[in-house]
Design a protein around this ligand. Structure first.
Ligand SMILES: *Cc1c(COP(=O)(O)O)cnc(C)c1O
Length: 239
């Protein structure tokens, strides 16, 4: 085993232990939580190693980095999640490799994703990114739709050809009333998910929790955690 592979295996084992412990503490089955490894800023060679180590879901937040990486890894049995703020001029590229877009946050984006999914005859899974640091009707600093806009956007995705409404995603806010309270933020997301599933029962994915707060997300009921740093190491610079 190369040094890098041994290091990633050890990190993955630690993250696995954390998820398993959080599931046990919450009285949940381990299979209820899917690990998505956020590979942003790390090379395709790391993605390849992760796949060898059994990872099946990876996430990226910038199309410029993700597109060539996904192309280099197209032979691997991976699902690609896009989790970054998405400009409509990047939609064509993102739809060519993303199985799930977790950052759907406005109607213009829904229209663009739908048009492209239909054009290339792909079904794209969509999570609505909820901004818990925004005003009810506003948008988040780092993307996301305000709580008041969730229902309308869900209806738009549900009716959009080529798109599949899978559920909700959030990032624990750094500002506003939920700053420093990830547990409460994730509980709020779960309430929104429960409400959404009354009208959209199949949209049962809840993506929450990162390296620092995955336990709180599992406790709240998240079905997917997005972990970067704890698996791959501290990212150099921005990302
Ligand atoms: C980078 C990123 C993550 C992973 O964050 P870590 O703290 O490295 O685990 C999760 N979700 C989103 C949207 C991200 O951009």
């Amino acid at each position: 085993m190369t040094d890098r592979k041994a290091q990633l295996a050890a990190n993955l084992a630690k993250v696995e232990e954390r998820i398993a412990a959080a599931c046990t503490a919450a009285g949940r089955k381990r299979e209820e939580v899917t690990l998505i490894v956020v590979t942003k800023t790390y090379p395709a060679s790391d993605v390849r190693i992760l796949a060898e180590l059994g990872v099946r879901h990876v996430a990226e937040n910038r199309d410029q980095d993700a597109a060539p990486k996904a192309a280099a890894c197209s032979d691997l049995p991976l699902s690609w999640h896009f989790v970054g703020q998405l400009q409509t001029n990047k939609v064509r590229s993102v739809v060519s490799y993303a199985d799930v877009v977790q950052s759907v946050d406005r109607s213009r984006l829904v229209t663009a994703l739908s048009k492209e999914a239909v054009r290339v005859e792909r079904e794209v899974g969509c999570l609505l990114q909820v901004a818990l640091d925004a005003e009810e009707s506003g948008r988040g600093e780092r993307g996301g739709v305000g709580v008041g806009g969730v229902e309308e956007l869900a209806g738009l995705v549900e009716r959009a050809p080529g798109l599949r409404l899978d559920g909700l995603m959030t990032v624990a806010p750094l500002t506003g009333p939920y700053a420093g309270r990830p547990q409460d933020a994730f509980a709020r997301l779960m309430d929104l998910s429960t409400a959404m599933r009354r009208t959209h029962p199949a949209a049962n994915m809840v993506s929450a929790g990162m390296s620092a707060d995955l336990e709180q997300a599992v406790t709240a009921g998240a079905t997917h955690v997005r972990v970067g740093t704890a698996v791959l190491g501290v990212r150099p610079g921005l990302g």
